[in-house]
Ligand binder design. Sequence first.
Ligand code: ADP
Ligand code: MG
Length: 397
Amino acid sequence: MNIHEYQAKALLRSYGAPVSDGRVVLRAEEAKTAAGEMDGPLWVVKAQIHAGGRGKGSFKEADAGEKGGVRLAKSVEEAAEEAKKMLGRTLVTHQTGPAGKTVNRIYIEDGSGIETELYLALLVDRGTSRISFVCSTEGGMDIEEVAASTPEKILSFAVDPVTGYQPYHGRRIAFALGLSGAQVKQCVKLMGQLYQCFVEKDMEMLEINPLIVTDSGDLKCLDAKMGFDGNAIYRHPDIAELRDETEEDPKELAASKYDLNYIALDGEIGCMVNGAGLAMATMDIIKLYGSEPANFLDVGGGATKEKVTEAFKIITSDPQVKGILVNIFGGIMRCDVIAEGVVAAVKEVGLQVPLVVRLEGTNVEKGKEIINSSGLNVIAAENLRDGAEKIVAAVKG
Ligand code: ADP
Ligand code: MG
């Protein structure tokens, strides 16, 4: 689960980390008062969406002005004016995709004088099974670009969970970032605060880009992105409260309401599978036969007819889906329950695309009979390979 920059900064502030003063604004009329609560002489007006690259992004609507999603203002009036131009408009960045995201919240922040922009992140490194600090002197810009063209400029430091964060981690990071004097001390303290926050709140990712050295020589977190482990959210009601459902994929949101393991992808073949391993194998084999999956979906072992119906509806609601592959190996899950769910869903929402069904395992005969007697236009498959071949052929043909 992700949160907005202003929420992440409030959390950082509560851990003592240096961030700028700022106010969040939901309606244009509030912008002037909010900006007026800060002294200036520089205000920064920042669109709040769950995507990076806002500064270099652009708006779809002409009346939003030429500038991106992070704008400098030299007066309270100008700050309010820029906030008004962005609210309700659609911001497109390299992370939003071409559809962009509607800006419903604006963060007005004290402007900082910047000496240098650095990159810093904490993440769970699956390779080492440890929390790692990742840092670079090349902050502010596209870190993916730095990783591609000059990977030697990105350094990473793993923390042993037995010792936890130690001051020497902070010193190493400080030297890697080219800091000196009092900044080293500040860095050691800040890295400790970030590590503590990361661990206590069960984060998956914390990115500060840029971490800056101000014109007075101090460290400051100028941007903040946080991702939390969805499976641990129940332990953090304060974090759960920060969820902004308008930022989430509507299909994934609907799936989460029915407790379905669904991830939207870019391909054209919708998949309904039971078991995460089989779902992965199904996506692989679709690729092997020359197409791309539109989603990952594991309906789980104990799915009911209602749950299957919902899952099928979510798949068909995706305009990118050109064909559907139902691949069930019934163990705990019964094939007849899946068949009933599919038939019920098609009766409700219709079927505009080819549907291939492969059923195997518990109650398979009953399941096949339900499908066969339903009158649905279903292509039956014998096994996983046959299913993949048939759905790819149906979509391509
Ligand atoms: P994004 O990464 O989504 O583009 P950032 O918050 O990193 O958004 O802002 C982009 C750039 O805008 C920063 O690299 C920095 O140069 C500038 N910026 C952001 N916040 C401030 C601020 N409070 N004061 C001065 N400059 C800022
Ligand atoms: Mg940034």
